[in-house]
Design a protein around this ligand. Structure first.
Ligand code: KET
Length: 398
C-alpha cells in the first residue's frame, strides 16, 4: 500500500468541470451557458473600466503589500456596508452590523458556516430545493446537517411560496435558513417584495436564523432593488447573516472579492461576533486579499468610479434582459402552444429550462451548447451572434 492509494477519486465539480470541458471543445460555434459568469455581446468576460481605473491608481501608488487585518480593510468593509444596507441605514448607525472582507463570497459563506457550527452546534441548515450545489457542500463541509425546503414549482416555472412557508414554520428555533437575496441560482425565481414582507415575520416568530446569499446584486432589478431583502430584514430587527459577492457585479471573478456581514442585536454584540469571526478566519485563510480590498473600496467609494460602475451594472442587466426576450421570441415561434413565459419572469443570470439531463447531453454533443445537467442556463452566455441558433437547438431537443 502506498501512502495515498486509499483515496477516492474526486468526481470534479459539476459547474467548474463543465466550464473546463467547454474550453477544450474545438467546435468554433460552441456556446457556453454553463457557469455563472457574465459575458459581453462579443462573448468576452469584460474588465470594467471602473475596475481598470481603480487598478491603475493602485499601481501608481505602489504601496507596500503587507498583510491586511484579519477582517479586511476598514475602507472596503464600510463600502460594503453602505452598498448592502443603504446610506442612512439605522442598523449601520447603531453599529450592530459586523462585516468582514472575505475571500470571495464563498470564503464568507464558509466562515459563517464554521462560526455557526462552533456557536450553534445544535442548529441544522435548510436550503431551497434546488439551490447552488456548493451551498450544501460548504455547510456539510463545516459539519452541519443540510435539508431542503420547497421552493421551485416545476409545473409553473414559479415559486412554491405557501409550501416554503409551511415547511419553515415547522422548523425548530435557531434553524439556519439559507435564502437567495435576489437572482436565485439555479432557477431565476425570486420572492416578490410582498412575499419577503410575509416571510420575515415568520422567520422572527419561529426564531430562525436567516442566512442570505447575495451573489448577483444589480443583475435583477437594480443595485438597491436587489438589496431589498437585506434592508427589510435589517429593518425588522432580526439577527441574520449575509454573504455578498463582487465576482459578478464587478466582473472580478478571480480576484476573490466578497464579504460576510452579521446583523446583531446591538453594537456590543456585533463586536463580540466580529471577534469570533476573526478567530474563524485566522485559523483558516488568515486574512483576505489586498488587491480585492483596493478594488472594492475604490470602485464603491470614489464618486466617479461608483457612477461608472452603476452604469456598467445597468448595461449588463439590460443586455441579459434583451437576451431573455430574444430567446423567448425564437423558442416560442419554434414551439407554438408551449408557454415559455418563465424566460421573461425569471431574474438574473439564470433560468431553469426544464430540459432533462438527456436533452442537456444532446445539446452539448449535437449542438455544442453547454449547460449544467439540472437544465440551468446562464442567460449571460447568450449574445446577438448565438441566441438564435441556441434557441433553435433548444427547440430541437425539447
Ligand atoms: N453564491 C452563489 C449563489 C453563487 O451562484 C456563486 C457562484 C457564489 C456564491 C460564489 O461566488 P464567489 O464570490 O465568486 O465565491 N456561482 C457560479 C460559479 C461557481 O459555481 O463557483 C455558478 O453557479 O456558476
Amino acid at each position: 500500500m502506498s501512502t495515498f492509494s486509499h483515496l477516492e477519486p474526486y468526481a470534479g465539480d459539476p459547474i467548474l468541470s463543465l466550464n473546463e470541458a467547454f474550453g477544450h471543445d474545438p467546435r468554433p460555434n460552441k456556446v457556453n451557458l454553463s457557469i455563472g459568469i457574465y459575458f459581453d455581446d462579443a462573448g468576452r468576460i469584460p474588465v470594467l473600466d471602473c475596475v481598470r481605473r481603480a487598478e491603475a491608481q493602485m499601481l501608481a501608488e505602489s504601496a507596500p503589500k503587507s498583510y491586511l487585518p484579519i477582517e479586511g480593510t476598514a475602507a472596503a468593509r464600510s463600502a460594503v456596508q453602505g452598498l448592502l444596507f443603504g446610506a442612512g441605514s439605522p442598523a449601520l448607525a447603531s453599529g450592530r452590523v459586523a462585516t468582514l472582507q472575505t475571500v470571495g463570497s464563498s470564503g464568507g459563506l464558509r466562515v459563517g458556516a464554521d462560526f455557526l457550527r462552533r456557536w450553534f452546534p445544535a442548529s441544522e441548515v435548510w436550503v431551497s430545493d434546488p439551490t447552488w450545489d456548493n451551498h450544501r457542500a460548504m455547510f456539510e463541509g463545516a459539519g452541519l446537517k443540510v435539508h431542503p425546503y420547497p421552493y421551485y414549482d416545476a409545473a409553473s416555472g414559479g415559486l412554491r411560496f405557501d409550501a416554503m412557508c409551511e415547511t419553515l414554520s415547522s422548523l425548530p428555533a435557531q434553524s439556519v435558513v439559507l435564502l437567495h437575496a435576489c437572482c436565485h441560482n439555479p432557477t431565476g425565481v425570486d420572492l416578490s417584495q410582498a412575499q419577503w414582507e410575509q416571510l420575515i415575520p415568520l422567520l422572527g416568530e419561529r426564531r430562525l436564523i436567516p442566512y442570505l446569499d447575495l451573489a448577483y446584486q444589480g443583475y435583477g432589478d437594480g443595485i438597491a432593488e436587489d438589496a431589498f431583502a437585506v434592508r427589510a430584514l435589517a429593518d425588522s430587527g432580526l439577527s441574520f447573516f449575509i454573504a455578498n459577492s463582487f465576482s459578478k457585479s464587478m466582473s472580478v471573478y478571480g480576484e476573490r472579492a466578497g464579504a460576510l456581514s452579521v446583523v446583531c442585536a446591538d453594537r456590543a454584540e456585533a463586536e463580540l461576533v466580529l471577534g469570533q469571526l476573526k478567530a474563524t478566519v485566522r485559523r483558516n485563510y488568515s486574512s483576505p486579499a489586498l488587491h480585492a480590498a483596493g478594488i472594492i473600496s475604490r470602485v464603491l467609494g470614489e464618486p466617479e468610479l461608483r457612477a461608472a460602475w452603476e452604469a456598467d451594472v445597468a448595461a449588463m442587466r439590460t443586455r441579459i434582459l434583451a437576451m431573455r426576450r430574444s430567446l423567448h421570441g425564437v423558442i416560442s415561434a419554434k414551439l407554438p402552444g408551449r408557454d415559455f413565459g418563465y424566460f421573461l419572469t425569471q431574474r438574473g443570470m439564470f433560468s431553469y429550462t426544464g430540459l432533462s439531463a438527456a436533452q442537456v447531453d444532446r445539446l452539448r454533443e449535437e449542438f455544442g451548447v453547454y449547460l449544467v445537467r439540472s437544465g440551468r442556463i446562464c442567460v449571460a452566455g447568450l449574445n446577438s451572434g448565438n441566441v438564435e441558433r441556441t434557441a433553435e437547438a433548444m427547440a430541437a431537443v425539447l
